[in-house]
Design a protein around this ligand. Sequence first.
Ligand code: ADP
Length: 261
Amino acid sequence: MPGAGGPGQQLAGVPGVKHIVAVASGKGGVGKSTTAVNLALGLAAAGLKVGVLDADIYGPSMPRLLGVSGRPQPTGEGRVLKPMEAYGLKVMSMGFLVEEETPMIWRGPMVISALTQMLREVAWGELDVLVVDMPPGTGDAQLTMAQQVPLSGAVIVSTPQDLALIDARKGLNMFRRVDVPVLGIIENMSYFLCPKCGERSEIFGHGGAHEEADKLGVPFLGEVPLDRTVRERSDAGQPVVVSEPDSIHAQIFRDIARSVW
Ligand code: ADP
């Protein structure tokens, strides 16, 4: 893991937080948030102190994925809030601060200021790593975020389809533009294993992300199969790494966490 801030970045770190790692994707729906939460739990399973910052201001999903609700309480020191906690992770999300049905109609600068507050006005305490679930895409807001948050590195999540890969490449180039090291690519929904007969189906094609990673000269971190349990457990607020620790998915996420670290 390179030093916080990445080469060429001059951003102030967050006191007590050793590394900040972004989980990003070129487009929505590829399983970025699912990966972010299971990766965070995989890092925690390796004995690290881990936090999760849900930077998807327009579509926060951490409260649901981690099954936490309620409001972060003030610490009594200025505007600083206590993060929420779930499965040993410290968590902050816009989802704790606004009602679920409230549409976020903020413009870019407000989004950046909310993100800065969630990063710097939260009592994260001592963390080995803070995993940031980035908003999907590579627009202006994402680029600004990548510049404003002192990132040690970024992990890109993609599905195997060409379109998703093109978007993932854009995401990767965005981080490179702001000198944030890309720690690697994860292929999610890589293949489907039939729970009845065990046959492997490559629904969206297969191996594209691995080839892409090789072409781009970044590590390929692993393949996560498409599986109903992953979705069901996510929807129930029980990520597979903690709810099904012996499953192949949990193993894969723990392995990915180890290779990132
Ligand atoms: P994103 O953050 O990229 O928008 P999500 O993590 O919210 O994507 O995932 C989108 C949907 O796909 C969710 O319903 C999630 O449970 C499901 N999902 C993600 N990864 C998998 C997987 N490997 N197998 C089955 N369902 C998955």
